[in-house]
Design a binder for this molecule. Sequence first.
Ligand code: NDP
Length: 451
Amino acid sequence: MNFDYDLFVIGAGSGGVRAGRIAAKHGAKVAVAEEYRVGGTCVIRGCVPKKLLVYASRFAEEFEDAVGFGWTSQKVAFDWSKLIENKNKEIDRLNQAYIRNLESSGAQLILERASLIDQHTVQLASGAKVTAKYILIATGAAPFVPRHLPGHELAITSNEAFELERLPRRIVIVGGGYIAVEFAGIFNGLGVETVLVYRGEQILRGFDDDLRRHLAEEMKKKGIEILTKSDVEKIERSGDGVRVTLTDGSKIGAGQIMFATGRVPNSLDLGLQEAGVQVTPHGAVQVNEYSQSTVENIYAVGDVTNRVNLTPVAIREGHAFADTVFGNKPRAVDHSLVPSAVFSQPELGTVGLTEEQGRKMHKAIDIYKTSFRPMKHTLSGRDERVLMKLVVNGETDKVLGCHVAGEGAGEMAQLLGIAVTCGATKAQFDATLAVHPTASEELVTMREKVK
Ligand code: NDP
């Protein structure tokens, strides 16, 4: 059969763009369709703009800390519109760079919505129909909003948080995951009274318990109010803002309420059913270790598959898909060891098993842990501590997990990821010479097991 394309990618985010570029380099005739902006969540309204806002929000503490180092405190002012304008310029630049990279690889970019009619035919919003031998679903995910809640339409999500016309005086953030804690730090740093409402016992479920406790304490010290075992019952308009009623009956007035209550795969109205592609009840495209769906020629990568929803994972999956199908190099992606960072304040960096996971999976676990005041704060006077923790296999001495809370933790996670991926032992950590004076030297100088 003759097809218009060898590969048709739906979605020009991290996974789709990488897959399209690599497939084109392998000689495939590729089209990539995008209904919004090239770059996807990460570039347009996720990791990149988020990190820029995190940088912006940290200056408030930097100005305070400078006084202990001899600087005279100056009256400083912050302009949200200027930040958003500059952030938007940078996002536009990246968006253009993504378009250039995609097109220079030889892939054709189609800026419209695409959906499937059958397993080889794609319907474009303009009315055109095209056929492809292989189809890749890389449509990402979107914020989940608990629509059963009265007044949910008054709330924003992270999508809108990047575009607010002005900062509220107070914000209520609902959720206890990555996005909730990161935005809590951003808003608080920018001077917004911030209340985090989380239904569970402790924020960041799934992370190491010591890290979770540590972060919650540090966030509270910075003035963020964290209400755990608490949920929203209803939201009402009140003046310019909202009045939020919690399940215990208490009420909070705020300028904005933001849901950071998880994300759902973008798998609706894509014609997946028509093509015979199975999705989970949660809406994720079901795939095997090669990202192949239940239909032989249809693959899916990234958040739409709801495996590990992180940009570098989507990129790796997209690349592996293109190598497997067009490069004659079959490659499955190992999702078992994924370093990650939470750009909360303080930052978290983590790779490998938590203590709890380690104890479940292994007979003997050794824990090494240290908490200390970083050198910078001996002069700044700030009451903030760093936490570092290693989870070690007590039988083999292999380091199974590293968890850090403190400045630069994200950068440390990347390097710790190399060591843990290489299977480094605690003895090899100990044999590594320290870099002095740094915080990360503690990672190679911890000698006492936690009893
Ligand atoms: P998460 O899944 O991390 O967290 C969702 C939070 O919302 C959880 O605390 C969850 O509670 C809570 N929640 C879910 N449903 C409800 C509900 N109906 N009512 C009240 N609370 C609810 O999602 P995020 O939105 O924070 O982030 C989405 C994904 O994006 C992350 O999983 C991550 O993969 C990725 N991401 C990564 C970042 C990074 O690498 N730095 C940054 C931002 C996002 P519970 O714990 O009880 O389930």
